[in-house]
Design a protein around this ligand. Sequence first.
Ligand SMILES: *Cc1c(COP(=O)(O)O)cnc(C)c1O
Length: 422
Amino acid sequence: MNRGDAWEALRAHDPEIADLILAEERRERDSIRLIPSENYVSYAVLAATGSVLTNKYSEGYAGKRYYEGQQVIDPLETLAIERAKSLFGAEHANVQPYSGSPANLAVYLAFLKPGDTVMGMSLPHGGHLSHGWNVSITGKFFRSVQYAVRADTGRIDYDQVRDIAKRERPKLIWAGGTAVPRIIDFEAFAEVAREVDAIFAADAAHIAGLIAGGVHPSPVPYADVVTTTTHKTLRGPRGAMFVSKEEHASVLDRAVFPGLQGGPHNHTTAAIAVALKEAAQPEFKEYARAVVANAKALADDLVGRDFELVSGGTDNHLLLVDLTNKNVTGKIAAKALDRAGIELNYNTVPFDPRKPFDPSGIRLGTPSVTSRGMGISEMVRIGEWIDQIVTSPNDEELGARIKHEIAELCRAFPAPGISVTD
Ligand SMILES: *Cc1c(COP(=O)(O)O)cnc(C)c1O
């Protein structure tokens, strides 16, 4: 892929930054990227992101802007909205939130007053900071109650969710998370929300691509609002959006602008539109299916090597592994794996006796490796490498040998959007 004049200009004007970008590109090319919230975007998404749309201010919404010169941006944002509604079968969409956390904050602003009660999944059990965790603004400005997974199953206990909701009467209930390896029963959450007269918000940040691809049930029929990032399994630019029922459209839109944000990032809006078009193609359904098949294959392989998976396995794109029986902490394992060319997260596991900055587990997933076209046999190789490194995290010779083998495997599976050749 020829990078074109824009890239040549960057190289000439700012070689320091150009070299750092190339270094990151090589790193992404030569490593096995298993962070479940990351992916590789297409050249088309990259091109939209790096376009002159970054020059334009567009506070407001199509037809009601506070800046002139919206002849192009209005139809562009409208197209992105129409694609979002069509892909997720929704009545209303907003593509302006800057990222997942601001999208979620807009939901609070739309429906809650400071001090009102919110209920979300506890962070150490797989929830997100923005679902009411104590260090987040959402846990400081609102009264937060949290649900957990069951110790024996590692899964959400819907009876516990109902009990807490009936006792605490939250005004807003969140479903979704960052380390949830199992299908979420959105219908069950909606029923609880209805019983206590709460707004039900589903946060699909991790699984939006799986929902679009038809391999995870959609929350759209059940939730008042569904927020998502656009850069995880959806494979778009860094950004976010939400879809909602029409009855909530204006209160949610006003929460984003003027409630929280100024001008939308139009280059991101364009790239979101491109990603939504890609996600509507038949190939994307294949992709989503392969992400889950690969995750299940990697899970089976690791279980066969005596790894303990939270909930025993996975239904989606991610695995949460408790390393306690391997006598290594999540952090030591993650750092040793990174040195060898395998990138994942150290992560708390439910009921973790260790601290969040040095927890017992690791979190990994298959969206990125699947974007490169890797399949079941590559997952088995990855499982073997993970096992070897976790067993001997300080063996530098082993790490170097595996890094070499990984670079070789990566060469056989070119990644989307990567054009560096040296
Ligand atoms: C990633 C994520 C977010 C936050 O997205 P940012 O773009 O990092 O702010 C919110 N909710 C969930 C469940 C996520 O996984």
